[in-house]
Ligand binder design. Structure first.
Ligand code: NAD
Length: 309
């Protein structure tokens, strides 16, 4: 496993990291035992970074992850969780300083740890950006000064929100999803600015949240139906050639020199084993070009949060 610097933080993250949202049953109902085994397999195979949120499975993912981490020495992993998102409606977001502080305490209790390494504001495009800038990010900076968290980040989907955030604040890292994968590479627009400022880049959802897997996208997937159809065609194309599309999707997403780490989620230990193995090699460029061409002219991004962002 390769390990890369996360911006200026001094943290070294495994190139492939573990996203714990499936532990909350967001893609399918899972067995808790398999979920716990998946976390242990990931750590045994050299993955040293785990991401979660109170939102995933409405606290379930943090609780299951806490059970898994209970037996693991704390210096074996870099842990991130998030604050601000607690559901899917606008009313389920709260970026007030008071809620961020209680949210962190609740997360620590569920995760059964004394601290997290990174605290992100979760999907800031659903909040009032004025409040995010005036109250939420300053609150994270205070928590960092108080030693309650080590590093500060924001997550979200629109590229614009990251540009605005890093222009105003010296944050440590961003977590972006579905923006550097076979269907869309629009994260590239922002990379020069992130690199110049030394902001660490965590890239999530190499399979575009299930689109580039043989199981396909979950019902709640926000993409346009034409993108989902293009994804299904790409999956079929690979199937006919006897290739697992997830392998190509993963190898493509992790192969960017500026991306510190790519988060992939699963609650199946066998998938983690495959993912770690696949991460050792690069994708065939010709196959990548063919798969990317399935998304040419297709609406490959979607609205997220307030329309102005
Ligand atoms: P993903 O692209 O990692 O896809 C997950 C899906 O891929 C699951 O259905 C899983 O079963 C399947 N999968 C994984 N490995 C597989 C394999 N080898 N073979 C077949 N199928 C496989 O999407 P994700 O889980 O949404 O993203 C990863 C993580 O990134 C999340 O768990 C979360 O931690 C983070 N994330 C954060 C945000 C945010 O902060 N806004 C958004 C998206 C994701």
């Amino acid at each position: 496993m390769e390990y890369n610097d996360l911006g200026k933080t001094g943290l070294k993250l495994s190139k492939l990291s573990y996203g714990a949202s499936p532990l909350g049953g967001v893609f399918r109902n899972i067995s808790e035992q398999d979920g716990i085994k998946t976390v242990h397999t990931a750590l045994d195979l050299g993955i040293n970074h785990i991401d979660v949120s109170p939102y995933y499975g409405l606290t379930v993912a943090e609780t299951v992850l806490g059970k898994a981490l209970k037996t693991v020495p704390r210096d074996k992993y870099v842990l991130s969780t998030k604050a601000g998102r607690y559901g899917s409606d606008f009313a389920d977001f709260d970026f007030s300083a008071a809620r961020i502080r209680t949210s962190l305490e609740e997360s620590l209790a569920r995760l059964q740890v004394d601290g997290v390494d990174i605290l992100y504001l979760h999907d800031i495009e659903f909040g009032n950006l004025q409040q995010v800038f005036d109250e939420a990010i300053p609150c994270l900076m205070d928590l960092k000064k108080e030693g309650k968290i080590r590093y500060v980040g924001v997550t979200g989907y629109p590229i614009k929100i990251f540009a605005e955030t890093i222009e105003r604040f010296d944050i440590d890292c961003i977590l972006t999803y579905c923006r550097y994968a076979l269907h869309d590479t629009s994260l590239e627009r922002l990379i020069p600015e992130l690199d110049e400022k030394g902001v660490g880049i965590v890239n999530a959802s190499p399979t575009a949240m299930g689109v580039l897997t043989s199981r396909g996208a979950p019902d709640w997937h926000p993409a346009h139906k034409d993108m989902l159809a293009a994804g299904a065609k790409a999956v079929d194309y690979c199937k006919q050639k006897g290739i697992d599309i997830t392998q190509v999707a993963l190898q493509f997403a992790i192969d960017h020199p500026s991306i510190t780490s790519t988060l992939v989620g699963t609650a199946n230990p066998a998938n983690i084993e495959k993912n770690v193995k696949w991460a050792e090699n690069k994708a065939d460029p010709e196959l990548v070009a063919t798969l990317r061409s399935f998304f040419d002219g297709v609406p490959n991004t979607w609205p997220s949060g307030h329309p102005e962002y």
